[in-house]
Design a protein around this ligand. Structure first.
Ligand SMILES: Cc1ncc(COP(=O)(O)O)c(C=O)c1O
Length: 366
């Protein structure tokens, strides 16, 4: 099979084949530096969620800036990171079943691996496999602090599971996490603040109960991009799991402008019709799970609909001058799910391609 032709470094952005997922590197690096300097000033650690960028290069940039490691959602993502030399990984999802736990244990032979748990059977199986393979796996209990997705109930249930983890061979009890995903993108700052503080306080209080039971709670991890400066101010929270801040997306830009947009999708007009144009980016290259993409340039375009490989855009103003072959720059409302569809990023500085970067962790959902 012929390999994909990828534009050479130095190519102008306007000459990239489309649809092309473009990262403005100056902006992405600026976002990394901005969150890190906020964290440094506020005495909290950053453990960014790598499920957003899914690439060792960006993990390395985050760690070089001062992050204490990265989070991953799946063993497959963690395998990509470890293979590239990332040595501190927190897996924020429960890893279930013998085969996956075996893979987890293999990673723990090479790197510091911490995994989230919430059920006794899972904890016992991780302990058994880790002991048989003679490795130590760090374990944190995921606490349901209000999102009502996964997690143990705060208080007694978390204390009991923490004690079990602490008592079993092959496991190192590290602490707990509680992701306030139900509120991270709330557009109202006061509402976001009230609920994020409540959620983080619940987590910190539970950590205190576990400490009162005699355990050492090192990790009390929480937060997404939209709550970094709320959860990060709650005394007792040790590290922040923000992911989207690195690139931002249309959804988060409706929450705040604390970070700048680095991610866009370049597409090309393939048809000009009466009142609308069609470009070559559809559901297979830009997600719509959080709403239709936004037209960044030219001005005056509004996305009407996506089909698999077509984007229908209503045109007025500057966009009415679009001709076949012209470029339209789109912003996805949701970065993570858009990135997951692409094999490469096109990393750009000031409109010129620096490199095409394989998105090694994309599709690593197992
Ligand atoms: C457990 C967990 N932590 C952190 C994050 C990162 O959140 P964000 O992308 O909002 O920064 C997510 C995102 O869904 C998550 O599921």
């Amino acid at each position: 099979m012929a390999t994909e032709y990828l534009a050479a470094p130095g190519t102008s952005e306007s000459d990239l084949e489309t649809p092309a997922l473009v990262i403005d590197m100056d902006v992405a690096e600026g976002n990394i530096a901005r969150l890190q300097s906020w964290a440094n000033a506020n005495d909290v650690d950053i453990r960014p969620h790598a499920k957003t960028h899914k690439t060792p290069l960006f993990a390395r940039k985050q760690i070089e800036a001062g992050a204490i490691g990265v989070c991953c959602a799946k063993v497959g993502e963690a395998e990509v990171m470890v293979a590239s030399g990332v040595r501190d990984i927190l897996i924020t999802s429960q890893i279930i079943g013998e085969r996956k736990i075996n893979r987890l244990a293999s990673l723990a032979a090479e790197a510091n691996i911490v995994v989230a748990v919430e059920s006794e059977g899972n904890v016992r199986q991780i302990s058994e496999i880790a002991s048989n393979l003679n490795v130590e796996i760090g374990v944190i209990v995921e606490v349901n602090t209000g999102m009502n997705r996964c997690g143990t109930a705060p208080g007694e249930e978390t204390v009991a599971l923490s004690k079990l983890v602490d008592s079993l061979p092959g496991l190192r009890y590290d602490g707990m996490m509680g992701y306030e995903g139900h509120v991270v993108a709330n557009r109202d700052f006061e509402e976001r603040k009230t609920e994020a503080v409540r959620s983080a306080t619940t987590l910190v209080e539970t950590a205190e109960q576990v400490r009162a039971a005699g355990l050492d709670v090192k990790i009390v991890s929480a937060a997404g991009t939209g709550t970094y400066n709320i959860t990060g101010m709650v005394e007792g929270i040790t590290d922040l799991q923000c992911g989207s801040y690195i690139f931002m997306d249309g959804d988060y830009l409706e929450v705040f402008d604390d970070f700048d947009p680095a991610l866009s999708l370049l597409s090309t007009v393939i048809s000009v019709q009466d009142g609308y144009v069609v470009t070559d980016a559809g559901k297979k290259s830009i997600s719509e799970d959080r709403g239709l993409p936004i037209v960044i340039a030219p001005s005056g375009g509004t996305v009407l609909s996506l089909s698999e490989e077509h984007c229908k855009i209503e045109v007025s103003g500057e966009a009415s001058n679009l001709e076949v072959g012209d470029r339209v720059r789109l912003r996805p409302m949701h970065g993570d799910t858009t990135i997951n569809m692409h094999s490469h990023y096109f990393l750009v500085r000031q409109g010129v391609l620096e490199s095409a970067l394989e998105i090694a962790g994309r599709g690593r959902v197992r």
